[in-house]
Structure formats: structure tokens, C-alpha cells
Design a protein around this ligand. Structure first.
Ligand code: FES
Length: 83
């Protein structure tokens, strides 16, 4: 089974707890230590707006869809190109 989860941020969320501890939460979805940021968001550098980038389970960028249609739970990735 496969699924597509779209993350739109390329940087972490930095949260300070009431005790003053800093927790850095992954918002890009690429961390190998999810839900915590491990710096993997740097792989999103160079991504262009208006496209969806596809990464494999090892965090390697595999492709880019330049036209994405989402309708009733169905995602149609057109014009998929390797990057
Ligand atoms: S925000 Fe995802 S690894 Fe840093």
C-alpha cells in the first residue's frame, strides 16, 4: 500500500516548552527521526513553487509533478519528471 502526504513547509517548527526546553518538529516530512527535525529539510532547497516533489522512503528526491489535481481523495500527478 502506498499513500501520498503533502508537506508544504521546508523548515521545522521550533517549540519552546513551559520548562524552557526547545523541541524542533519536522514539518517537511523527510526526517529520519520523525517527528523531530534531523536537518533533512535541506533536501528541499531548490524546490520550485507550483510543483509537487516526490521523495522515496530513504529521503531521495525521485521526481517532480508539474501538474497536480486533487479531487475527492484522488491525486492525479501529471507531467511527472525525474529530477
Ligand atoms: S523540517 Fe523536516 S527534517 Fe527538518
Amino acid at each position: 500500500m502506498a499513500r501520498i502526504i503533502i508537506h508544504t513547509r521546508g523548515s521545522p517548527l521550533v517549540h519552546r516548552t513551559p520548562k524552557g526546553d526547545v523541541v524542533v518538529i519536522c514539518m517537511c516530512g523527510l526526517s529520519g527521526n520523525y517527528p523531530f527535525c534531523d536537518g533533512s529539510h535541506l533536501k528541499t532547497d531548490g524546490e520550485k513553487g507550483g510543483a509537487v516533489y516526490i521523495y522515496d522512503s530513504s529521503g531521495r528526491r525521485r521526481g517532480r509533478a508539474v501538474k497536480v489535481e486533487m479531487e475527492e481523495g484522488v491525486v492525479d500527478l501529471e507531467d511527472l519528471v525525474a529530477v
